[in-house]
Design a protein around this ligand. Structure first.
Ligand code: FES
Length: 291
């Protein structure tokens, strides 16, 4: 700002020193940029080919370093050294004065340098897309569905289908969908309650004298709910002691779990075996809502 407070007053240049042009500097820019691009390619190829980490890690680090060197050297002698003053009431008669806004950087640098930098940055940037291939396939609905579907039989860990009479009063069993034994997200606890269940238990999905099935995956952090206390029909998760009321829709009554254990719709097939009527209608475990 000038002495009269005019913010638009121009600064005046009183001295300007243009840095010497250096072929060595230009060569460093081109060579660094080329080497950075080359290391970018090495990084991408070695990563995609499953090469050793030291190779692609070293190529990445070296490429970034060389790219930084190229950029730094590109600007090293690009701008002049300028001294400028703010004008006073009496303008300087010095003919050499001119507004700072008229001062341009050194004339256009050889386009080779700029092209080398842009090309190196482009190649190196593209090479950084290589890690995307290691993300694997999209999860799709893997986290919101299970192996249960209409007509899928309930089987034991040995693969035996289950009839209602196989579970005694007060009994409990870990059950899997037929064809998906060991798939943790699909595991259920099949219980025969000692008292009549009440809502929010879905009563249409309770069959054969209080036989009910709940997801075995804790809704807090996904541990298997493993313990059942018959006296008060309580299910326990051993990880952080969440407790669920099996008579009332497996709602949590204690501990950090905030959601009930989802109930599996139960039915019988024509041979009298227990089957699912559908997948769970709620996500199992500490899941996100269904997409
Ligand atoms: S995982 Fe079950 S209470 Fe934490």
């Amino acid at each position: 700002m000038s002495a009269d407070g005019d913010p638009k007053a121009e600064l005046r240049v009183i001295a300007r020193t243009d840095p010497p042009r250096s072929k060595l500097n230009d060569s460093i820019v081109v060579l660094s940029a080329g080497a950075a691009a080359l290391l970018g390619v090495v990084f991408a190829v070695s990563l995609l080919a499953g090469g050793p980490m030291v190779l692609y890690g070293g190529a990445l680090a070296g490429g970034l370093l060389l790219l930084a060197v190229a950029v730094r050297r590109y600007f090293t002698d690009r701008f002049p050294d300028i001294e400028a003053v703010e004008p006073r009431e009496i303008p300087s008669p010095d003919d050499t004065d001119k507004p700072l806004s008229d001062v341009a950087p050194l004339g256009p640098r050889r386009s080779l340098l700029k092209r080398a930098l842009i090309a190196a940055g482009g190649v190196f940037g593209l090479s950084l897309l290589a890690p995307v291939t290691s993300l694997g396939p999209a999860p799709g609905r893997t986290f919101t569905t299970t192996a249960w579907a209409r007509g899928v039989r309930l089987v034991t860990t040995d693969g035996d289908p289950v009839r209602p009479g196989d579970v005694a009063a007060g009994g409990i069993a870990t059950i899997w969908p037929e064809g998906a034994i060991g798939q943790e997200r699909s595991s259920v606890l099949l219980l025969r309650l000692s008292v009549e269940p009440v809502p929010p238990t879905v009563l249409e999905w309770v069959i054969a004298d209080f036989l009910v099935a709940y997801s075995k995956v804790c809704t807090h952090a996904g541990c298997p709910v493993a313990l059942y206390r018959q006296q008060d029909n309580a299910l326990f998760c051993p990880c952080h002691q969440s407790t669920f009321n099996a008579v009332a829709g497996a709602v949590p009554t204690f501990g950090p779990a905030a959601r009930p254990l989802p109930q599996l719709p139960l039915g019988l097939d024509e041979e009298g075996y227990l089957v699912a009527l559908s997948d769970f209608v709620e996500p199992v475990g500490p899941a996100l809502p269904r997409a």
